[in-house]
Design a protein around this ligand. Structure first.
Ligand code: ASP
Ligand code: MG
Length: 407
């Protein structure tokens, strides 16, 4: 008998019929002789609706109240799923994050899980219950309710799998796993059978929406195998796992894209110590997520400093950087809000320069200009014009032969 943690996302529990469908699947797992802990997200667009509602009351909702408000979305789902399971004759109990022992820091709206106290869940499992836990929420040492950031239920599920020493964590969603590219952009995209944590982390951080990067990271740290699969079909899904060096495939595994990119360039920055710190310190303090950072080699003691932020953060970032640029004596500041990011990812790319050349040649042949390039050991990212993004993803998918690759 194994302990399995399953997570069902908001689109899998969007209405009563779907909640009953999830209950059937959970019951089948239990009947297969397993102990089951289920994490659920809020129904459909509930979280967005609650955020909108709060903003109808005030422009600046209090963080603590906001977290308590948003936590109600998941509280609705767990109770309804427990009822659905009971009506199937199963023993089931719902627990809020606090009741389930999810302990977080006090950073409202982006809290980090600090520990999982598994005692209550284990007790309920011993009593033969299916335990249903509210995703995305936890509690501070002072007993205030926190939320983990948008999409945080994945993180709850993997953290519980680690805390309960579960055999595996299954993430059920509205797509059949992780694809070689977004099938909405590339009809030939194919589901990937197995992928390494590192590769999945790169994809998730570069725009692949199927899993939250924090959850992948946790899975890697605690070595929890994660299956991503559809809650509507019996397709096998994608296994995210540790793999060994022996299994490294000599190829690109998948292509990620992110249409939400804006670029800021500080021109003619004096080349002396402390300048980058002077700019990025205040941005970090303001909680701004800065992504690619590129500094040119300096010519005649000045350099250009370019970085990217989400499009929605551009205005705020410009307001912050403008006075800083003046202060350090930069020549000017320019921005571009119409950009996108395309990335090729694969452990097989390590120390193989041919991949970069092939990527650049492919984009060139498609008539696409590259604005910025950044790389990691297993990823190459190009920033390009947003209206060229689809073309870029399709061309790269073809160039790296992903429609026929063994996945
Ligand atoms: N309901 C939350 C959100 O929409 C958490 C989640 O779905 O994972 O962000
Ligand atoms: Mg959601």
């Amino acid at each position: 008998m194994a302990l399995i943690v399953q997570k069902y996302g908001g689109s899998s529990v969007a209405d009563a019929a779907m909640i009953r469908n999830v209950a059937q699947r959970v019951a089948a797992t239990k009947e297969g002789g397993h102990q089951v802990v289920v994490v659920v997200s809020a129904m459909g667009d509930t979280t967005d609706d609650l955020i909108r509602l709060a903003h109808q009351i005030t422009d600046r909702p209090d963080e603590r109240e906001m977290d308590l408000l948003l936590s109600t979305g998941e509280t609705i789902s767990i109770t309804l799923l427990a009822m659905a399971l009971r009506s199937l004759g199963q023993k089931a109990i719902s627990l809020t994050g606090a009741q389930a022992g999810i302990q977080t820091d006090a950073a409202h709206s982006r809290a980090r899980i600090q520990a999982v106290d598994p005692r209550r869940i284990l007790r309920e499992l011993r009593h033969g219950h299916i335990v249903i836990v509210a995703g995305f929420q936890g509690t501070t040492p002072g007993m205030d309710i926190t939320t983990l950031g948008r999409g945080g239920s994945d993180t709850t599920a993997v953290a519980l799998a680690a805390g309960l020493k579960a055999e595996k964590c299954e993430i059920y969603t509205d797509v059949e796993g992780v694809y070689t590219a977004d099938p909405r952009l590339v009809p030939q995209a194919r589901p990937i059978k197995k992928i390494h944590y590192e590769e999945m982390l790169e994809l998730a951080s570069r725009g692949a929406k199927v899993m939250h990067p924090r959850a992948v990271e946790l899975g890697a740290v605690y070595n929890i195998p994660i299956l991503v699969a559809s809650s509507f079909s019996s397709a096998p899904g994608t296994l995210i796992y540790g793999g060994t060096l022996m299994e490294i495939r000599n190829k690109v595994t998948a292509i990620a894209h992110d249409p939400d990119v804006a670029k800021i360039t500080v021109l003619g920055v004096p080349d002396r110590p402390g300048i980058a710190a002077a700019i990025f310190g205040p941005l970090a303090k303001a909680g701004m997520n800065v992504d690619c950072i590129v500094q040119n080699a300096s010519i005649e003691k000045t350099t250009d400093l370019t970085f990217t932020v989400a499009q929605s953060d551009l205005e705020k970032a410009m307001t912050l950087v403008d006075p800083l640029a003046k202060e350090i004596g930069a020549r000017g500041l320019v921005s571009d809000s119409q950009l996108a990011k395309v990335s090729i990812v694969g452990t097989g790319m390590q120390n193989a320069p041919g991949y970069a050349a092939r990527m650049f040649q492919t984009l060139y042949e498609a008539g696409i200009n590259i604005e910025l390039i950044t790389t990691s050991e297993i990823r190459i990212t190009c920033i390009i014009a947003r209206d060229k993004m689809e073309l870029a993803v399709r061309s790269l998918h073809r160039a790296f032969e992903l429609e026929t690759a063994e996945t």
